[in-house]
Design a protein around this ligand. Structure first.
Ligand code: PLP
Length: 710
């Protein structure tokens, strides 16, 4: 018997639902939702880089109506929509039980970048990814949370590599119509326009709303016809331009963000500055309080009581500093509104108050005007306390009021399809509910629950996906290979070989080429036909970082012109999508920063649920995560003062660990061909790391330690 066709009303309801779904990033962490958009137009899904919104522009509502008469498909769509609504309407949540007050007066989280998904490339690196993962977990936990950032209409650059193996940056305009964002409108249905004072001008801006599950994130956009071109271009690029652009972007972010929230009637109970870029929000909060009749002392004290601050790096260049000339130029109007002299305004961001030469440092401003501050790992907390001790005269390093909360990742957003499908088959449709818990992962100790053979099968599946992805990408990049250099792409990389991955920003302290300091030795390792090793690299250098670009050039040169050819590849245009392939497909995730400059690091946290093991310097999160059984450590829990000494010691120890521990363990196969000891390590990594280094735990920590305490 044929089933009766869906009625017009039923169809309309589903279609409205699909459109709503496409405009909520919830689908980026729901496998079944992604499969529906993929299936609607596989080609558009691929070409427009997994944009659900773009798929719905390609597929007409008429086509949707027709295709939904396929009952199977309609039922799958309905199931996803039911899960989506159940998620949005769930009242039995951690946030309602543990952070009720935030429901009415939310946390306002300000960040110059948010990395949510490859379709919205407005993040430069780990800081932005962390902000995106924070927002996703705030939604999962049902925390009162709103995010503030900027809409960069050229986003972060696309990386291409020229024939000299030199990174070149390509900027393309994002098309808002293909993105999961919608304009914030006023009562008349026109874009809501707000204004901030920048230098002697009024700069107008509108906002775009991103729905991150239950939580809104607003992206401010100064590309308004009311503005002169140079102000329209303020929000052109992530960290674009010189320090004048930078200070102006930060005024828009901090001051503009507070103004937008007030305009929307949002009254946050906490303002969380994710890195110093947002610290001008404190000036606007003080201004508001002065306008309501408070003295400057009262206004700054009550601003301080509302703000918390997370510092993210001990690297000097990571702390914005603005000269008094620039401050007096860009903030001239704000200075007047605050009724401060220039030295008084500068003093808010100076260690040595009253100094005529010390610039205004955004980190100092944030520290002075926050009730609490933290670093992003235990070691980074310590380092930050010594770095900023001089701001707290009379306090010993240990008494400096900077704590720490170690970073995490949004687990479901990073977990790859085959792993999700495994758990769903195993545990049924509700498997996601406790996926962040220790109990969930404790089961991995039990070979009755999951056998070594199953884990090994999953590893091969994931490695093959990475290798085929790499071959496809390298073929697309292939125009840069000269004729004589031609490599048969389908012979690149060996699907059975120990695969070591390295991908992150090419900031020089991360020392991407460190392992190749032992070039002769590494060349011998890759030539070993019994126990082959291969490397996959990716990462972008900052457009003005020539040393980082030289690192890229060096690695690509090695991959094309030396014995490493075919065993080392560099995948260009690193982003969230490339990251997801690599952290799942590699067997070993290499991280060799110069200690203690990797404040936390998060890419290594994305590997655990995929059975990839960390091989890392004991810096940032790995110093806490490593327990001797769950991966590999390079070097000691200490470091020499001399950088040259550290580089030499670390590169030697890296090679030692690789040859004495990693390779023998990976290739110690039993009669069935299974590396039992290796798999035991994978189990330990899953049990000890996955339930700890996620943003479900991290956002709870922020809530209990900082958001709810006054
Ligand atoms: C996770 C991630 C990062 C952060 O990597 P680290 O190793 O912590 O520096 C940077 N970029 C992208 C695209 C990521 O997904």
């Amino acid at each position: 018997m044929a089933k009766p066709p869906l009625s017009t009303n039923e169809l309309t309801e589903i279609i409205v639902g699909i459109h709503r779904l496409a405009r909520n990033l919830w689908w980026t962490w729901n496998q079944e939702a992604q499969e529906i958009f993929h299936e609607l137009s596989p080609r558009c899904w691929q070409n427009l880089y997994h944009s659900a919104v773009a798929v719905l522009r390609e597929v007409s509502d008429y086509e949707l109506r027709v295709r939904l008469q396929d009952h199977d498909f309609a039922e799958r769509v309905r199931e996803v929509l039911r899960a989506f609504d159940a998620y949005l309407n769930d009242r039995n949540t951690w946030g309602r039980q543990n952070a009720q007050v935030l429901q009415k007066s939310p946390v306002a989280y300000f960040s110059a970048e948010f990395g949510f998904h490859e379709t919205l490339p407005i993040a430069a690196g780990g800081l932005g990814i962390l902000a995106g993962d924070h927002a996703k977990s705030a939604s999962d936990l049902d925390l009162g949370f709103v995010g503030i950032s900027l809409f960069y209409r050229e986003g972060y650059f696309q990386q291409t590599i020229n024939p000299d193996n030199w990174q070149t940056e390509l900027y393309t305009l994002l098309n808002p119509r293909n993105l999961p964002i919608e304009p914030v409108l006023d009562a008349k249905g026109e874009p809501l326009v707000c204004v901030v004072e920048v230098a002697m001008s009024q700069v107008y801006f509108q906002a775009w709303r991103v729905n991150v599950g239950r939580c809104p994130v607003y992206l401010l956009d100064s590309n308004r016809p009311e503005n002169e071109q140079r102000y329209r271009d303020l929000t052109l690029r992530v960290y674009g331009g010189d320090s004048t652009t930078r200070i102006m972007q930060e005024i828009l972010l901090g001051v503009g963000g507070v103004r937008l929230l007030r305009e929307l009637g949002v009254q946050p109970s906490v303002f969380h500055m994710n890195e110093g870029h947002a610290a001008f929000l404190t000036l606007e909060l003080i201004r508001e309080k002065l306008a309501s009749g408070k003295s400057f002392a009262e206004a700054s004290a009550s601003t301080k009581a509302e703000c918390i601050f997370t510092t993210h790096t001990p690297v000097e260049a990571g702390h914005d500093r603005f000269s008094s000339d620039l401050v007096s130029y860009a903030l001239i109007k704000m200075q007047g509104l605050l009724k401060l002299t220039l030295p008084e305004l500068m003093a808010l961001g100076q260690v040595e108050v009253g100094s005529e030469t010390e610039p205004l440092c955004m980190t100092v401003l944030a520290l002075k005007l926050s009730r609490a501050a933290n670093g992003v790992s235990e070691l980074h907390g310590q380092v930050s306390r010594s770095m900023w001790q001089s701001l707290f005269p009379g306090k010993s390093v240990d008494q400096v009021p900077i704590g720490h909360i170690t970073n995490g990742i949004h687990l479901l957003g990073w977990m790859k399809g085959p792993v999700r499908r495994h758990w769903k088959r195993r545990l049924g449709p509700d498997w996601e509910n406790d996926v962040n818990s220790h109990e969930f992962w404790a089961r991995m100790a039990d070979p009755e629950f999951i056998s070594d053979e199953e884990i090994w099968a999953l590893r091969f599946r994931l490695r093959r996906e990475l290798i085929e992805f790499s071959r496809r990408r390298l073929l697309l990049q292939g125009q840069r290979l000269t004729q004589g250099d031609f490599i048969a792409f389908d012979q690149l990389l060996n699907p059975d070989a120990l695969t070591i991955g390295f991908a992150r920003r090419f900031a020089t302290y991360k020392r991407a080429p460190l392992i190749f300091q032992q070039f002769e030795n590494i060349a011998k390792l890759v030539a070993d036909r019994q126990r082959p090793v291969q490397f996959v690299y990716a990462g972008k250098a900052h457009p003005r970082d020539d040393e980082g670009k030289r690192f890229i050039q060096h690695i690509i040169h090695l991959s094309k012109h030396t014995e490493l050819k075919g065993y080392l590849v560099f995948i260009d245009n690193y982003d969230v999508h490339v990251a997801r392939q690599m952290v799942s497909g590699c067997d070993v995730w290499l991280n060799n920063p110069r200690r203690p400059l990797e404040a936390s690091g998060t890419s290594g946290q994305k590997t655990g649920c995929h059975g990839c093991l960390n091989l890392s310097i004991l810096d940032g999160w790995w110093r806490e995560g490593y327990d001797g059984t769950n991966g590999f450590a390079i070097g000691a829990d200490s470091h020499p003062d001399s950088v040259e000494e550290q580089d030499r010691l670390d590169s030697e120890d890296l090679y030692r660990v690789l040859t004495e521990e990693v390779i023998p363990c990976f290739y110690a196969r039993d009669a069935q061909g299974i590396p039992r000891r290796w798999i035991a390590k994978i189990r330990r990594a899953m049990i000890t790391l996955v339930p700890q280094y996620n943003t479900w735990r991290m956002v709870q920590d922020y809530t209990q330690k900082y958001y709810l305490t006054r």
